[in-house]
Every structure is written in C-alpha cells, then in structure tokens.
Design a protein around this ligand. Structure first.
Ligand code: GSH
Length: 223
C-alpha cells in the first residue's frame, strides 16, 4: 500500500497509526502543500490528505479521509481489531472518532499554529518555516478570536478525555479507534509547554499508543 501524506499532518499520523497497529506494510509518499491538489483531487474528489492507495487487484484505487481509511483497514485486515465487539461500544467509539476528527483536530491545528507563530517561534524561526506557518494561518482563518475558541474547545476535550488519567483505554478494556484518533490528533500539543504542564497523563498515553502501533513518537515526545 502507499500512503499519500504531509509528513507533519496529525491526520496523516492517524492513518499511519492504523496501518502500524494492523502491521500492514506500506510506503509513504510526501506531497507538497498546494500542489498536492493536482494529485489528490482526481483520485478522491477531496482536497485533503491522507489518501491511501491499496495498490492491489480487487481493492479500491484510492481512499481519501482518515476516517474512511480506518473503516477500510478494519475490513481489509480485521485482526487485530480496533473496533469493540459490542454494538453499543462500537457506536460510541465511532462517535468519538468523529468528534476528535471534526472538532478536536481542527482546534489542535489552531492552537499549534498560533503557538508556532508566537511563543514557539524559536522552534524554527527560519524565514521558510515562518512563511509556511503564516500561509496555514491565512488558509484556515487562524486569528486571535478563533484561537480563543479553539483553546476553550481543547479545555473541554481534556475534561472529556478524563478516563485516560486512570486507565490505558478510553472504552472498555481494549484499544480502539477512540484511543488511536486521540493519540494522533492531540499529538501536536506535545510542543506546547502549557499543555505538557496541565496534562502530563495525556502525553504518557500518546507515547504508549505510538509504541503499540510501532510509530515513532511525535515531535516533542522523542526519547
Ligand atoms: N477530515 C479529514 C481532514 C484532513 C485534513 O484536514 N488534512 C489537511 C492536512 S492536516 C489537508 O490535507 N489540508 C490541505 C488542504 O486543505 O488543502 C481527514 O480526516 O482526513
């Protein structure tokens, strides 16, 4: 399989964690932001990465969107599963996956790029890096009012993720797409000192899940 990605995207990390958990061999192909649309839109009709290319007979040519990739991989290789056996828990983990994808992932993006442009500028003050950060801020409309909303959303998310303080998995006693999605989509917060101080348990779980999935730890959590 081939994964079309931006190497730094937290949604692409989510797809890599899923492939790693299921021990499916794959190669990554990094695309350039902006130009990626020329490759991606004809394949999926979407403008976003990740996109998975199964590259085998009888399989779809391309799957766009990390949620669709998670669904596809569960049917392609059911074991080990990241979907609970109980129908009630299955509904719950898909609901969490959708919340993490649609609400928490964008909020993390806002908090992260705001940090990188201000207090965290020293992580890479180069002209080229700061130019990319400014383009992303413009593309997504990241301004101070939107950042405040994102921070409030993240404060609530940390309360909702409370089960992780006490136990390794968010639902039941098994790893699920709720854990996987939270580990990937919250991982950029590892760079922001305020979140490291407020929620050390969050980063322990993110590190554990990266080890479980055989994926290198995200920036800020490397040992
Ligand atoms: N819901 C989508 C979101 C993916 C997404 O937002 N990807 C960003 C990178 S983090 C992207 O490709 N942005 C490029 C663009 O919008 O042109 C998913 O789960 O795959």
């Amino acid at each position: 399989m081939r994964l079309l990605q931006f190497s730094t995207s937290h949604y692409c990390r989510k797809a890599r964690l899923a492939l790693g958990y299921k021990a499916i061999p794959y190669q990554t192909q990094n695309l350039s932001p902006g130009l990626h649309r020329l490759t991606v839109q004809p394949l999926t009709g979407l403008a976003t990465l990740p996109v998975l290319l199964p590259q085998s007979a009888g399989q779809p040519e391309a799957i766009g969107d990390s949620s669709a990739i998670l669904r596809y991989l569960e049917t392609y290789q059911p074991n080990p599963s990241y979907i609970p056996t109980s129908p009630e828990l299955t509904r719950q983990v898909w609901l969490w996956e959708d919340w993490l994808d649609e609400s928490v992932g964008p909020a993390v993006r806002f908090a992260y790029y705001d940090f990188r442009a201000g207090e965290g500028r020293s992580l890479d003050p180069s002209w080229s890096s700061q130019a990319v950060i400014q383009i992303v801020r413009w593309q997504y409309g990241i301004n101070s009012a939107a950042v405040r909303q994102a921070q409030a959303r993240l404060a609530l998310a940390l309360e909702i993720l409370a089960p992780w303080r006490e136990r390794p998995y968010l639902f039941g006693d098994a790893f699920s797409i709720a854990d996987l999605s939270a580990a990937a989509l919250l991982s950029p917060l590892a760079r922001i000192p305020r979140y490291r101080q407020e929620a050390p348990w969050l980063f322990e779980r993110i590190s554990e899940i990266h080890r479980l999935c055989g994926e290198p730890a995200p920036p800020g959590l490397e040992s």
